[in-house]
Design a protein around this ligand. Sequence first.
Ligand SMILES: [Mn+2]
Length: 337
Amino acid sequence: VTTPSAPPVLELVARELERARDVVLTTHITPDGDALGSAVALLRHLRRRGKAAHIVNCSAVPQTYRFLVRGDEFSVFQPGHHERRLGRADVILATDLGGPARLGRMQEPILAARATRILIDHHHCAEGWFDLELVDRQASSTAEITHRLLERLGADMTADIAEPIYVGLITDTGNFCYPATTPGVHRLAARLLECGVDPHAVWRRIACQVPVAKMRFLGRCLQAVALAAGGRIAHLLVTPAQVSDAGIPARDAFEVVNHLLHIRGVEVGAYFFALDDQRTKVSLRSSGPVDVSRIATARGGGGHRGAAGFTVEGQAPAQVADAVLAEIASALGEGNG
Ligand SMILES: [Mn+2]
């Protein structure tokens, strides 16, 4: 419990990290640039201070972000092996988590460890799971919060620490386009460039690596986009057969949703991915008055106002799509009134 006289949580987190000798960092399943960038930046600072630090995560680094991580910095969690590593840690720190469920198979072993559990996040998170929760829902990214912490820790912002922070920043602001893009975000970006970050090189490494099969799959998806609610909703249902025909891994099929808002007049994009005939993964994007995180949260998912997702089980995908589209249409109607 924080009393008015207690130090701010950033200070408490900084003190824990200064005291710790052994830190395990982790993040969410299928980590993105913000999750990884924040963890990598912090890891490099901690190692430089002579601490044992390691990222252990429930899933591997996606191809796009492999350039961020060096050889011995990151391990995929192996049951029967990494419990001892977690047991040795003074601090286990999760970045950009969006809820303990997203620790995947590491949730139980982390709960069993003696370490102080710390969260750095800009998502809404049910309180109480972590010992210290450095959460700022106004922040553009976990990277922005991590940078504040690194400043407090007196980190030397060399390019190898500035670059992962920059990657977090561009990931979560959509290259400085999303509403979370404040003057402060641009000032931070400017400082990171002054530390040696090369924005063109980062863009080449992240954006210009699409496998041709994935690009062709995207083309087929865009061909099949449907409009609803007088053109204010763009939606698409994709089946596993379409994905396997395209010769791409399922995870490569999810980014399609980000293109739907590019269509003139569209305020909500809805992407339905049929995992099988009774399970549907739904991704929503909004650029208008509809808060899609409300729709997702009501169905056990989560996210932000402009980007959210959830999975529905026990219903045919087409039925799920109908119900969700009806709810979005009704939310758009309310936004009008
Ligand atoms: Mn984030």
